[in-house]
Write a protein that binds this ligand. Sequence first.
Ligand SMILES: [Zn+2]
Length: 77
Amino acid sequence: MTIVIALLLGILFLAFTVWSIRFIASGPPPEPSLDTVHSVDVPYLCTVCGLSLTVTEAQDGEITAPRHCREDMVRAI
Ligand SMILES: [Zn+2]
């Protein structure tokens, strides 16, 4: 029984190591094209702590709400 547990832990450790090396080797995501970045003025509010911030630049398309206090911030009007 001990050998089975040791083999399972070894396989798990090996799989995690391979995943980590592949993740590191893939490198960072490509830089966004500056042609698609434009000025916006979208205020957000954290409903947990009350922090507010304003997104001033974003890429084309829908702006994803930032997270704070482990929650999605809500768009302030
Ligand atoms: Zn917060």
